[in-house]
Design a protein around this ligand. Structure first.
Ligand code: F6R
Length: 616
């Protein structure tokens, strides 16, 4: 949560303020309730910050007209203090010399604030972050240089931080540091150095990057970087890495086509993502599979969309491997599991790799009970990977739209690949059968391609449901995952109230709401749940429900009962049907996108949400 972008350069022919503003806009998916920039100019810091989105704040060039040779900006998702100008970052010390941006939460800020206030510091915001410039300024007054002052400061701060510090009197460098909040560094050697919360923010400028680790501090000179261990103060030698992502990841363009929204573009990336995911490195899959097989107890944990992908993954691992895996929301993990048994394996699923609740769950499992941690994440080098024994990286590439969609498809596919690998390793299933399931999984990319080629049909249906006040999403077995994902997506980006239930559970209460015209979406692949689902469709139909069903394109029975259908072009074989999780969820993701667009909402930045949720 919160986006940071800074730069320091030797070039005097580039518009520093505009480049920082554009970098922040590429990070707005991390937070967008206020923004600010601080630039160092001739021994002074110029600071501008306001509530609102960057485009609105900069309408009359408020940011772009700033003058300065280097500096840093911030786009905020409020935690401590309302989203108003005074709480926006950067924050300054009392002398107006030190400017700091911060992403994360300082847990002992009240105590630090009290101590500093008692010593005469005057605070101008309600944030935890403001303690940074005041503490740094105290250490500078004691004669320390800027790097030492920042090191001393972060030793006093408990909690999570990614920070960038600029000082009016040190025109040659700025300082960055991190602990449990992301911070990456981009570089054009010998010329310009950037820092940002996420790599895509500087991708259009450079693909050469350093990933800062926890408890590291870096001195950023123009085109040069020095990294130090905060605890020992020792310098760490590190070479930069080349980021394999395309520059298009930061733009709404793919294969020459310009999309209106990132979400639409990213949904169109799903076929590519799936093709790559089924061919992910076998050694990573193997390590995952063996860790699950060796454990006596296996939990899969995640939040939101990643949790719904985990429901499908759990189903596939249980089905193909006869193992029992329990899915548990990461925010409930510690409360529901006050002790963990011996030989536990925890699978953590996360797009960002930074979700605070997921990190807390796996740290608890690992540090307290010695659990083996297998993580499935989309961001290389993210915090979750640091607490993991085995890692699979999903092949979705950068996902800019706040609501996850292509990563859901990648996560479900990766977990299905793991399930089939366990089945192979256990040798209790016919290898030819497994090969046919794998072939069916390979073909899901083509199914998605074909759905995308006919997306007009989904757009029409989306318009019919876009204004609904309430929608139920129902599915059974494997399809509960798709129902949950469909409901979450339309709720968060199109603001329709939607609830997902097991179709069998709906008669135990939710059905009380159903009357003439009440919208009910069924996820109805022709699997072992199909006949029972027909009964559930009839229950809703007979009470006047307006039924939309996602069905196979050879379907007849549910089609006869439904008012509308979304037809999925899958083969009528048990292998293809067993791989229905992604093909039957995808039309609902696309429908949510079209509903948001029809309702004229911004699907990329839904209100109150941020891409990585780094608070508990
Ligand atoms: C919904 C969505 C969120 C995330 C959740 C977990 O579209 O994106 O529900 O899935 O916040 O985030 P990650 O996957 O980054 O751990």
């Amino acid at each position: 949560m919160c986006g940071i972008f800074g730069l320091i350069t030797k070039r005097n022919d580039i518009p520093v303020a505009t480049i920082i503003r554009e970098g922040l806009q590429r990070l707005e998916y991390r937070g967008y309730d206020s923004a600010g920039i601080a630039l160092v100019n001739n021994g002074k810091i110029e600071l501008r910050k306001e509530a609102g989105r960057i485009d609105d704040i900069n309408k009359n060039g408020l940011f772009d007209s700033m003058q300065g040779t280097f500096g840093v900006g911030h786009t905020r998702w409020a935690t401590h203090g309302a989203p108003v100008a005074k709480n926006s970052h950067p924050h300054m010390d009392g002398n107006g010399k030190v400017a700091v941006v911060h992403n994360g939460i300082i847990e002992n800020f009240q105590q630090l604030r009290k101590e500093l206030s008692d010593r005469g510091h005057v605070f101008t915001s309600d944030t935890d972050s403001e303690v940074f410039p005041h503490l740094i300024s105290e250490f500078l007054d004691q004669g320390k240089d800027l790097k030492e002052a920042v090191m001393e400061t972060i030793k006093r701060c408990e909690g999570a931080y990614g920070i960038v510090v600029c000082h009016a009197d040190t025109p040659d460098y700025m300082i960055v540091a991190r602990k449990e909040s992301p911070l990456t560094i981009g570089i054009t050697p010998g010329e310009t150095t950037y820092c940002a919360s996420d790599i895509p923010a500087f991708l259009p400028l450079t693909k050469t990057a350093y990933i800062l680790e926890d408890d590291e501090i870096a001195v950023l000179y123009a085109g040069e970087v020095e990294i130090f261990d905060v605890l020992t103060g020792k310098k760490r030698e590190r070479s930069p890495t080349e980021v394999p992502w395309s520059i298009d990841a930061a733009a709404k363009v793919m294969n020459g086509r310009e999309y209106k929204w990132f979400m639409h573009k990213e949904l169109h990336e799903v076929p590519r993502t799936l093709k790559e995911q089924v061919n992910a490195p076998l050694e990573d899959i193997d390590a995952f599979a063996r860790a699950i097989m060796e454990a006596d107890h296996v939990y899969i944990t995640a939040a939101g969309t990643s949790y719904y992908a985990s429901l499908a993954g759990k189903f596939q691992i249980n089905k193909f491997c006869g193992t029992f895996i329990e899915a548990i929301l990461c925010s409930e993990f510690i409360d529901q599991l006050p002790t963990l048994p011996h030989k536990t394996c925890v699978i953590a699923v996360s797009q960002s790799g930074e979700t605070a609740d997921t990190i807390e769950a796996i740290r608890y499992a690992k540090e307290k009970y010695g659990a083996t941690i297998c993580s499935l994440v989309n961001v290389v080098g993210s915090s979750i990977t640091r607490y993991s024994d085995h890692i699979i990286i999903t092949t979705a590439g950068p996902e800019v739209a706040v609501a996850s969609q292509k990563t859901y498809c990648a996560q479900v596919t990766a977990l299905t690949v793991v399930a089939l690998r366990i089945a192979e390793l256990r040798c209790d299933m016919d290898m030819k059968e497994i090969a046919k399931y794998k072939e069916a999984l390979q073909k899901t990319a083509d199914i998605i391609e074909s759905i995308l080629n006919n997306e007009d049909k989904i757009q029409e249906i989306a318009r019919i449901f876009a204004k609904e006040q309430n929608i139920f999403f129902l599915g059974r077995g494997l399809s509960l995952s798709a129902a949950c994902e469909g409901a979450l997506k339309i709720k968060e980006i199109s603001y329709n109230h939607a609830e997902a239930y097991s179709a069998g559970e709906a008669k135990h209460g939710p059905i009380a709401l159903v009357e003439y015209g009440f919208s009910v979406v069924f996820v109805g692949p022709p699997d072992e749940t199909y006949d029972r689902l027909i009964g559930n469709v009839m229950e809703m139909k007979s009470r006047g429900g307006k039924i939309l069903a996602v069905v196979a394109d050879f379907d007849t029975k549910i089609t006869e009962l439904a008012d509308y259908t979304l037809r999925v072009p899958i083969e009528n074989s048990k292998y293809a049907i067993a791989m229905s999780a992604v093909p039957f969820a995808f039309p609902l993701q696309l429908m949510a996108y079209f509903a948001a667009d029809y309702n004229e909402f911004d699907p990329d930045k839904p209100r109150n949400l941020a891409k990585s949720v780094t608070v508990k």
